[in-house]
Write a protein of this length. Sequence first.
Length: 132
Amino acid sequence: MLTRGRWTWQPRLNVPADICLPAVLCPACQRIRDKDPHHLLRVEGASAAQEKALRALARRVERAESATHPQERLVPVEGDDGAVAIGTTGPHLARRLLSAVRRTWKREVVVVRTNDVETRLRWQTTKAPRAR
Ligand SMILES: [Zn+2]
């Protein structure tokens, strides 16, 4: 929009242009902006299809959790070494996500180790149906 002869991304606010509004971000938005998760779920060995299913599950759990806890959200982070990384802004979402993963793929996904800041999981190579 055009404000006082300058193009800006600012929505039209009834504030004089020389008053600087502080950028207020809640802690969850800060973590998302900084890609600084409270807890990181790291899953090794997932195929592309398994990664897709995992991310879809994460979004469903996030929707359910953030309905009652708006501060519990997913943090987009880069994986490393082919692992899928899913960050969360808080501990509740991390716990719910972990239990949903274990419920959904109880035979396929094993917990390698877990602590306050990170949980490492591994997708077991599932045996192919009996070869003939
Ligand atoms: Zn926020």
